[in-house]
Design a protein around this ligand. Structure first.
Ligand code: SAM
Length: 224
């Protein structure tokens, strides 16, 4: 971690950081308190160095923005950006997204989930480490409001196909027939995406919408 990134963590965390705590449920009331206002909420998983996070947050001043990553230098870098730009409506967690979603996030609290270029784990024997798996998508869906969306992007074709079949199989999500969509104008190109394009990779975006609650049939036993 660079000196600047460490400073970002030391100085920015008390202002923008949320500590992981499985005993504290992030429900509507708690999120309202954390952000200091009620607003649509987008959660981004795996923001890397945070350039795209800052751009999207600045594009959407009327939304609250919850940004998750495990990588210390990237967290320090995003905290520096937030401090420099005085962005007030972003909060940052440095923790495994699976645990945050499964152990902390309440039902129907999110209006959007963004997961851009998750680690591709290209080797067959590592596919089980991929983030987009049926059980995790089921948990993300539980946290989405009806009408909320899940937006994924990858530069790895085999992972794109896995994402498509996982989203299609989730009964409580609607995916367009073709599955893939062109990159929406508002989605910034990410550092990882640009690197992949330089290597000749393609890019696949997918967007699924959460259906009616009655279709979901999932509750989180950890909260009951
Ligand atoms: C390939 S990078 C992509 C970063 C950025 N979205 C981009 O496109 O440039 C994947 C990111 O996901 C983060 N990550 C991986 N597994 C994670 C997890 N379980 N929870 C939170 N973040 C995770 C990594 O630390 C890394 O920053």
């Amino acid at each position: 971690m660079s000196v600047a990134q460490q400073r970002g963590l030391d100085e920015g965390w008390p202002r923008w950081g949320i500590n992981f705590d499985a005993k504290t449920k992030l429900d509507e009331a708690r999120l309202h308190q954390i952000f200091g206002r009620a607003a649509p909420l987008v959660m981004e998983i795996g923001f890397g160095m945070g350039e795209g996070t800052l751009m999207l947050a600045q594009q959407r001043p009327d939304w609250n923005y919850l940004a998750l990553d495990v990588h210390g230098p990237g967290v320090g870098s995003l905290l520096n950006r937030l401090t420099e730009q005085r962005v007030e409506h972003v909060r940052v967690m440095r923790h495994d997204a699976v645990e945050v979603v499964c152990d902390m996030l309440g039902e129907e609290v999110l209006d959007a989930v963004h997961i851009y270029f998750p680690d591709p784990w290209p080797k067959l024997r590592h596919h089980k480490r991929r983030l987009i798996q049926p059980e995790f998508v089921r948990q993300l869906t539980r946290c989405l409001k009806v009408g909320g969306y899940l937006h994924l992007a990858t530069d790895w074709q085999d992972y794109a196909e896995q994402m498509k079949s996982v989203l299609q199989a989730e009964a409580s999500l609607s995916l367009s027939k073709a599955g893939y969509i062109p990159r929406p104008d508002w989605r910034p190109q990410t550092r990882f995406e640009v690197r992949g394009m330089g290597l000749g990779h393609g890019v696949w975006d997918l967007m699924a919408i959460r259906r009616e609650f009655a279709d979901v049939g999932v509750t989180n036993e950890r909260f009951t």
